[in-house]
Design a protein around this ligand. Structure first.
Ligand code: CP
Length: 346
């Protein structure tokens, strides 16, 4: 049954009153100081800016939403009548689909702009596309773009009422990935303080590595990075991490190992001799885990190059791999971000 809603002039005037509303336990998380501070930002552009209490509020909200998801209690009547748009100028499987499911689970409408069949192909500028979609009355623009800093540009163009959510910009940041990775780790160990987390691969060009380092340092994790010298940025120790060029040394005593996708264009650029050489030295497999901690777990943001940065056997090992949990948690984290930023009230 649909009834009229007059919450804001931008909202589509329908609400499905048969859907469950936000339960009290979830509402108390939304009322926390951390959630209120995050909501006041209006945007999620980089994890760098977030305080630990804001991050905890997002992740606790995500955990509560995950429980509802697992109990089959979604969708919620939470963002009824609101619309969000996804603008993906780079390919995506996980991030785009999970934002779409997250919005649907909160009863929001989703406008997925297919860039390849949009007027971008006819020469419309990115700025004009943003202006056009903004004029359609959406509450959020969720953008992925190859250019670092593109969310700030979008923020200059879009009206101030629209939330900008960064779904990955160049080498700079992928905030929801870091949030879901953090959620996945604390489901295992409660706190990352003092935990050894090793990020392996192309650290230099990785927005996932950059956002994870920034977030995990806020919670006292012992972060190590490992990769071929051309792919480990000079001076990265200034971020408070330790760098390694040998995988066996790096993973010694590790609690978590995060393998990154090898971006194959790095071989064309001459940054690695060959993918076979890379795999020989840096592929994470069961053998290299002999040096790791006894409870070590494996993460990978995806997409995976099986056999290059991680063996298929390890990626699929249910006792060690957290990769499918990361995907599930991605929906919960993106629901939490949308719910906190877009819900009505202060
Ligand atoms: N981890 C991640 O960003 O995956 P997608 O590129 O598939 O969105």
């Amino acid at each position: 049954m649909r009834e009229t809603s007059q919450e804001t002039s931008q909202e589509i005037s329908t609400t499905d009153v048969t859907l469950p509303s936000i339960p009290a336990s979830l509402q108390s998380l939304l009322d926390s100081d951390g959630a209120r501070h995050f909501k006041r930002r209006r945007h999620l552009i980089d994890v760098e800016a977030l305080s630990p209490s804001e991050i905890e509020a997002i992740v606790e909200t995500a955990r509560s939403l995950k429980t509802l998801m697992m109990q089959g209690q979604l969708p919620l009547r939470a963002l009824s009548g609101k619309s969000v748009a996804t603008l993906f100028y780079e390919n995506s499987t996980r991030t785009r689909s999970s934002f779409e499911l997250a919005a649907a689970n909160l009863d929001a409408h989703v406008l997925n702009l297919d860039i390849n069949s949009s007027s971008v192909v006819k020469g419309e500028t990115i700025d004009d596309t943003a202006r056009t979609i903004s004029a359609m009355g959406v509450s959020a623009l969720i953008q992925r773009h190859a250019q670092s800093g593109s969310p700030e540009r979008l923020n200059e163009i879009a009206p101030p009422t629209i939330s900008i959510i960064n779904a990955g910009d160049g080498w700079r940041g992928h905030p929801t990935q870091a949030l879901l990775d953090y959620m996945t780790m604390i489901e295992i160990c409660k706190s990352v303080e003092g935990r050894k987390i090793v990020i392996v691969g192309d650290i230099k060009h990785s927005r996932v590595a950059r956002s994870n380092i920034s977030l995990l340092k806020k919670f006292g994790a012992d972060i190590h990075v490992c990769g071929p010298p051309p792919l480990v940025p000079y001076g990265i120790e200034s971020l408070g991490v330790r760098s390694h060029y040998e995988l066996c040394n790096a993973v010694e005593g590790a609690d978590f190992i995060m393998a990154l996708r090898l971006q194959k264009e790095r071989q064309k650029q001459g940054l690695i001799p060959s993918t076979a050489d890379y795999a020989h030295l840096y592929r994470v497999d069961h053998a290299c885990l002999r040096m790791a901690g006894s409870g070590v777990r494996i993460l990978h943001p995806g997409p995976i190059n099986r056999g290059i940065e991680i063996t298929g056997a390890l990626a699929d090992d249910p006792a060690l791999s957290l990769i499918t949990t990361q995907v599930t948690n991605g929906i919960a984290v993106r629901m939490a971000v949308l719910l906190i930023l877009l819900r009505n009230g202060d």
